[in-house]
Every structure is written in C-alpha cells, then in structure tokens.
Design a protein around this ligand. Structure first.
Ligand code: PEP
Ligand code: MG
Length: 887
C-alpha cells in the first residue's frame, strides 16, 4: 500500500486528481491509462511535498521506501536497472504543480548516469558522443539544481574545450571532446562541493527529488505564484520517468505542439521541433526550430501517429492541448499534455469554434475565457495606416502593440519601470530568471527562439505583446546597445513592436481603437442569454458614453459631473463661483456654468438615448478646483518682494490683492481630512444653488432632447449621504428644481432621485434611506475607504503593500471587493432597502463594478446592475455571465 508514490498506471487507477499528482502527473496517468505511448514512471505526490517542507526539508523513511519500491517496479517494467553496466535505467525528474507554472521550477534529465553507465550507454547506442554529451548535461543540471553550482561555470568548461579544439559550435565537438568536458565538470563539482560527484543512482535520485521539492520555494516560483494568485500551499509533485532520447541521431527529435494555434485560435496543428535534440532545447530557444508541418516530410510515420494522438487528446480533454513529445529512433513518445495557454483572441475563437463544432456547450465556452486576459483586446493597437519605419521582423509571438524605451536586462527594466518609464525588454532570449523584468516591461523583443520559447509562452500568459526570434537584431549586453538594420540603439531609445505581425518599428507609433471580433460578439450574445446583472458604464462625456454604448452598456451608472468642472476653459468660471462673497454673486457665476453643463448632459443623454443615465451631483471638496496652498504662498511672497522694489506698480498691487483673496479662500476651505470633510451632498446642503444649477441643466437638456425627438432617461444621484435627513432635503431640492423646469418648458421627463451608498451609516440605515430614494448605487471606492477607515492614497502609498506581502489582506480591497466587511454592508443595505421599497434598483459604481470577483458578489446579492469604465463593459458582461453560470 503506497501513500506517497504512485506509478502512472496506479495513479490513474486510484483516481487521484491534479491536487495530488500535479497537472503533469495527472496527464501522464491519464495518457498511460488511455494506452498512449508514454514512457513509464511514477509520481511523488504534493502531499509528500507538504510533509517534506514540514519535516525540515527531508524525505521521510516511508517515502524513501516507497520510492525504492517504485524504482524496482520501473526497473522490472523497463528491463533496465539503475547502475547496470549493460542496460542502465535513466530517468528524468520533473516538477509538476496542480496549476501549471511553466519553467518556474526545476528539471533534471539523464539521471542514473555515472562513470560506468555512461560507457554502457555508449555501447548500447553505439554512439559514445551521445553518451558523453548526455552525461555532461546531467552533471550540469544536477550541479546547478541540486548542488547550487552556477550554470556559467559549466558553460565556461565547454567554451574552454571548444577553444582548445578550435571549433565554434557545440555540434562540432566529438565524443573525445565531450569526454573532456565531463572530466572538467566532475573536477568542477569536486572543487565546489569538496566531494566527488555522486555515482550511486539511488543517491542521485533522492537528492534530485529533494531539490525539486525545494524549487517550489525558489524566487521565480514565488514571484510567479504571486502574480498569478496561485496559493503557496499547493506544493508541487515530482515525476520520475524513464528517459527517451530525442538526440540519438537524425531519426530522433523533440518538440512541442499545440492542437490549435495558441496565438490566433486557428484550427490546425501548430508547433515546432528540433532534430537530434534533447529536453528543453526547443522551449529554451537555443536553436531556431522547424515547423511541425516539416515533420510530415522528415518522419512521416511518426508525424501521422502524432496527428492521431493530438486529435485524441483534444477530444478527450475537450480543450486545446499543448503537447511535448520526443521521437527516439523513429518511435513517438509523449512526455506531457496540458490545456494550452493561449492569447485572449485565441481563447475566444477556440471557445466559439468548439461550440459550433459541438464539442462543448455555450456555458462551457463562456467560462473558458479569462476575463482579465481579455482586456488586451479592448485596448488600442498600432495604427495600420501610420507611416512607420520597419527595422526588422520576428515571430508574432504575443499580440498587441507597444512602444517603449529599450532595456537589455531584467534588473534595469525593473528599476526604470519603477521610475514610471514604459519599457521594452530586449534580450537574446529570456529565461525564468528574467521574470521580474518581463513583469516590469510593457513588451518583449528577442533575437532568438520560436513561438514556444520562454519569452513567447510567458508573454502570452501575461497578455503582453512579444516579438521573438528577430534574427536581424544583434545585442551587445555589455555596452547596452543593439543593432537592427543599419541602426545602432542605446538603452533608453524608443522602439515599437507589433506582436500581431512580428514587426519591429523605429520610435513611437500611433495607436488606434480596438475592434471586437465576430467571435467575441458571438460570445457576448451568449453571455446575454445567461447573465442576470445589467452592465452600465461610468462615463462623463459623450465620446465615452458612445463607446460604452458600442460595447453594449445599457446605461450610465455614474456620470461624475466634477470632471466637467475641470475642463481648462471652465476652471476660471468655477473659481469665480467658489470665490463669490454672497449667494447672488455665486448665482451669477453659476449662470455662466449652466449652459456648459447643459450641453454636456445633452450630449451624454443623447449618446445613451433610451437608456438610464445616472448623473451624480457635485462631489469633491471645492478646494480641488483652486490653486494649491503652497503655490499661492510662493506667489504671494514673490509679489510682495517685487512690490517693495516697485511700490507704485498698480498691476502688481492688484495682483497681490487677488492673490491674498484667493489665499484666504483656500485657507478657509483647507481641511484636515478632506476625504471625510466638506464634500458630497454636504456641499449641496451648504451651497444648494450649486446643485440647483446642475439639476436645472439636466432637465433643460432633457427637455431639449425630447423636443429633438430623443428619449432621455436621467436619474439624479446624491453623493455621500449618510443620514436620511440629508437625502430628504436634497431630494426635495431636485424635485422642486426639476418641476420648475418642467413648468417652464412644458416637459414631463420623469424625475428619478437616488443615492450613493458610500458610508457605513447609509448602509446601516438603508430602510430609512430607501424611503427617499428610487435607487441605491454603492460607491465602493468610498465605501471601502470609510469601512476600513483607510484613505486610499495613503494606504496604497504607505502600508497596503506590506499588508499584502504579509498576507494580512489577501487582496487589495480597492481592487477586489472585501466580501466580509464592505460586502456585508452591501448585503444589509440591499436587503433592508428592498424590504422598505421592493422596486428599489440597486447597483454598484465603484471601480469594483468592473472586476470579476466583485461582479460575482454583486450577482450573488441579486443587484440590478454593475457599472464600470467603458473599456471594461464587455469584460463585465462576460464576468456577469460567468457569475450566473458558476452560481
Ligand atoms: C465611489 O466612491 O465608489 C465612487 C464611485 O465615487 P468616487 O470614486 O467618484 O468617489
Ligand atoms: Mg465616492
């Protein structure tokens, strides 16, 4: 009875899942069970990984005993033995977590080789060059992963042997040369560790397993988990598998293929392979590989078998597969299959195609797309009509376009990104060590490697534009320059890449608006069939409102009127309104603002004709519209000094008087804590004429629209109310003013008044608030601030990152709605509000309205709508559908 270790055959029979076997172990078990050509092996479970880490990073005796039993079974099955001098067993040792973390943890190949078995391998294959090359690779990987000897020291040995032999390329080295490399590697290990390289395969195996468990906590794995929100507790499984060799000659090969194009979604085998190569050579992008279609000519039998296997696997998993294979002397072996990482565009096309082919149903298709990933499709692309200077081209590895300053290493990329620069990371090829640079960069450009190279895979996963294998690019990392065509570029120069075409372009390029594909439109139509939440947009100008309508928004959930006050030509009028000494002066200034506001409202209501437009009355503290205190004090001082030298200058004196007045006003408006100060409806309570002007502008615009044949549906929203008495008074103000306008204009657009719920008191007295409101809209930006007692800017600037790093909080509550606290207030307010007024409309218009987990919460609470920025509207529609399906 085994607890920790399962052969691929037993693992499938025991019905273990990914959580225990890891993704790779699980797929190996299923493929073995399905009779596919998988080299035999066994999996050590993630449970063992947990115990290993709890047990001061040591394998338990029972684990070791089970590993020994599994090795004995494998020896019997393969008719090969560890350390055998005739037919030695060689294995690979690979990590495999429940959630794929490509390249983040470690792998060791050719384990089992030593002084004796290398000779046996040479005899057995009749190829001593191959045997010594395999042995030196094993020493390198083991030395690096298990013994912590820096990789470059091994590379140096190879360079030295090449120099002695007078050759440039590895391919030119013969058996004797590789034997020499082996001797140098062995000496290096002994120098570095003080001990000879371990010769006992069982000892090698146990150390390798420990090292792979350890690699769960290496730096790049930790960073990758953090970025992808993969729980640290999952742990990795270890897969030990008998080796097959893709480097046994020209009838051997190794490759990676996708059952559909992971970049475009096009249906058809897509991949690359290298003849006479081993292991990670394809993924590492060391040599530029051949297209899989070439294999049909080079090895037709293996190719045909492979095509059959691919169809079988895609059918079995009902999803696109990413398959690693090896051909050993003409015979096909599968090393791994997994659901393929794909671009957002490909994810949509594949999901829709699979529905149309009857492979999956619509609901499955809707849940197949990753909401966050899709945002890349909704953002601007390079303008195809822009005049551009194309400097070179590579493979279109990950779509989207970006212009940025070029940087040649990951550390510099990270440092410059912190200074707010847009970075294009330019590398010969990337490795998992570059992960922080890739994260910091807007896009990636490499001179080597194919569509399945590290840079390509990681960039697609992150939705960042990437061009790979641009072979006219020469990089000189030491002096931080590169050449492309006849141009030389220095770090900091600007280039653009187009990850959809592979073009590399001089300088910055114009971007254009995105277009939604037919498949995306189809998916959104299916989303409408299942989703319950309405999706509105936050927009405060006609262009944004029109864009939102184009993206399928069924209304505006938040129109922030202060944005209209901030237009440069309006600021002086707003300032004179604020500086007014009395109500009549203020009304005079407001009268100047009125036609401007009216024009804005006309445009927005027209763009959303027939749909509700929720217009929020002025919200921020008034001092936001005035110059800041420091600037004014500096100006005052300067004017005083100048006046001392020119006491008769009347202009200066007048200017000083004005500055003094402005300063006095700014001082009087200055608040200790503006976030909790004189803002929101507190402005309307103290300066009702401001709100009256806004309401007048709204209903005059509506009256004009009706006259022009439109169907405006304005809703007036009161911000930051915390007490029903505030709401009662503001509502009366709105209704009275609207009625005045209706009487003047003879119009009858219904008057709808609601409130934002942004402070806990409003939520807790929702039954009372509902008496005075037609709708509630949760302003979860402020509600999060007021519930936590955090000011967002201070929190994000000072302590929130520490909280997140230390896991005091799982997510930034300003990004992902805090279900337990803020969410509880939402729940109370919704149910109490609806109890008091069953027809109450309830929505959310804080930034959370566009975030998928928060949208799921809104669905669960049966809200009427979510409202988010126009670009996120399609994503919110899909997220609402996913929430409905998952609920
Ligand atoms: C909110 O507080 O959630 C909100 C939408 O208002 P604002 O972000 O404008 O304060
Ligand atoms: Mg707010």
């Amino acid at each position: 009875m085994m607890n920790w270790v399962y052969s691929f055959t037993d693992a499938a029979a025991a019905n273990l899942g990914k959580e225990q076997l890891g993704g790779k172990g699980h797929s190996l078990a299923l493929m073995t069970q399905g009779g596919l050509p998988v080299p035999p092996g066994f999996t050590i479970t993630t449970d063992a990984c947990h115990v290993f880490h709890d047990n001061q990073r040591a394998l338990s005796e029972q684990m070791i005993a089970e590993i020994e039993t599994a090795v004995a079974e494998l020896e019997a099955k393969m008719e090969k033995r560890f350390g055998d001098t005739v037919s030695p067993l060689l294995v690979s040792v690979r990590s495999g977590a429940p959630i794929s973390m490509p390249g983040m943890m470690d792998t060791i190949l050719n384990l089992g080789l030593n002084e004796d078995t290398v000779e046996a391998l040479a005899r057995q294959t009749g190829n001593s060059r191959f045997a010594y090359d395999s042995y030196r690779r094993f020493i390198q990987m083991f030395g690096d992963v298990v013994q912590g000897i820096p990789h470059y020291k091994f590379e140096q040995n190879i360079e030295n042997v090449k120099a002695d032999a007078g050759v440039q390329e590895d391919q030119k080295l013969d058996a004797g040369h590789w034997q020499m490399v082996v001797q140098r590697h062995l000496a290096l290990v002994e120098r570095e560790t003080g001990k000879p390289f371990p010769q006992d395969p069982k000892e090698q195996l146990l150390s390798a397993i420990e090292a792979v468990f350890d690699s769960w906590n290496n730096q790049r794995a930790i960073v990758y988990r953090k970025v992808n929100k993969i729980p640290d507790e999952l742990g990795t499984a270890v897969n030990v598998q008998s080796m097959v060799f893709g480097n046994l000659g020209d009838d051997s090969a190794t490759g990676v293929a996708f059952t559909r194009n992971p970049s475009t979604g096009e249906n058809g085998l897509y991949g690359e392979y290298l003849v006479n190569a081993q292991g990670e050579d394809v993924v590492a992008g060391i040599r530029t590989p051949k297209s899989i279609q070439e294999l049909a000519r080079e090895m037709p039998e293996a190719y045909n078998e492979f095509v059959g296997v691919c169809n079988h696997l895609e059918g079995f998993y009902k999803d696109v597969q990413d398959i690693e294979f090896t051909i050993e002397q003409g015979k096909l072996f599968l090393l791994q299959t997994r659901n393929a990482k794909r671009t957002a565009a490909a994810a949509i096309k594949i999901a829709v195609d699979m529905v149309n082919d009857g492979v999956i149903d619509r609901e499955t298709a809707l849940t197949r797309v990753d909401i966050e990933h899709l945002s890349a499709l909704l953002h601007p692309r390079l303008d195809p009509d822009a005049q551009v200077t194309v400097l070179g081209s590579g493979l279109p590895a990950s779509p989207g376009a970006v212009s940025g300053q070029i940087v040649f290493n990951a550390d510099d990329a990270e440092a410059l990104a912190k200074l707010g620069k847009k970075i294009l990371l330019v590398r010969t090829e990337t490795t998992p060590e570059d992960i922080h640079g890739i994260l910091a960069a807007q896009g990636i450009l490499t001179s080597r490697g194919g569509m399945t190279s590290h840079a390509a895979v990681v960039a697609r996963g992150m939705g960042k534009p990437c061009v790979c294998g641009c072979d006219s690019l020469y990089i000189n990392p030491s002096d931080k320059t590169c050449t492309l065509g006849n141009h030389v570029f220095n770090e900091g120069d600007t280039l653009s890449i187009d990850g959809s075409t592979g073009r590399v372009i001089l300088g910055e390029v114009q971007h254009i608006e995105p277009k939604i594909s037919d498949e995306f439109t189809q998916l959104l139509e299916w989303a409408e069939e299942v989703k319950r939440l309405e999706v509105r947009a936050n927009a405060d100008n006609p262009a944004d409102a029109a864009r939102a309508a184009g993206f399928g928004a069924v209304g505006i959930g938040l129109c922030r009127t202060e944005h209209m006050f901030m237009a440069p030509e309006r600021v002086p009028v707003v300032q004179s309104m604020i500086l007014s000494r009395d109500t009549s002066a203020r009304k005079e200034a407001l009268n100047k603002l009125l036609p401007m506001q009216q024009e804005d409202f006309y445009g927005i209501l027209k763009a959303m004709d027939g749909y509700p437009v929720t217009i929020r009355l002025l919200d921020p503290p008034l001092h936001e519209f005035l110059p800041n205190l420091e600037t004014l004090i500096a100006r005052q001082t300067e004017l005083k000094v100048r006046l001392e030298y020119n006491p008769d200058n009347a202009d200066l004196r007048q200017h000083l008087t004005e500055t003094n007045e402005m300063l006095a006003t700014v001082r009087s408006l200055n608040e200790v804590n503006p976030m909790l100060g004189h803002r929101g409806c507190r402005l309307g309570m103290t300066f009702p004429e401001v709100y009256e002007m806004q309401v007048r502008a709204i209903y005059q615009a509506a009256a004009d629209l009706v006259k022009d044949g439109y169907h405006p549906v304005p809703e007036v929203m009161i911000p930051l109310a915390g007490h029903v008495a505030e709401l009662r008074r503001m509502r009366k103000l709105v209704e009275d003013t609207a009625r005045e306008v209706q009487a003047e204009r003879g119009s009858s657009v219904p008057v709808v008044v609601g409130t934002m719920i942004e402070v806990p008191r409003a939520a807790l007295t929702a039954d009372e608030m509902a008496q005075e409101a037609e709708f509630f809209s949760f302003g979860t930006n402020d509600l999060t601030q007021t519930t936590f007692g955090y000011s967002r800017d201070d929190a994000e600037g000072k302590f929130l990152q520490t909280y997140l790093n230390d896991k005091v909080l799982q997510d930034n509550p300003f990004e992902v709605l805090d279900r337990d606290g803020v969410g509880r207030l939402i729940k109370i307010a919704t149910s109490e509000g609806r109890k008091a007024k069953p027809q109450l409309k309830v929505g959310i218009c804080g930034e959370h309205g566009g975030e998928q987990h928060s949208i799921a919460f809104c669905h669960e609470q049966n809200l009427t709508y979510v409202s988010c920025s126009p670009f996120r509207v399609p994503l919110a529609r899909l997220a609402a559908a996913q929430a409905a399906i998952r609920a």
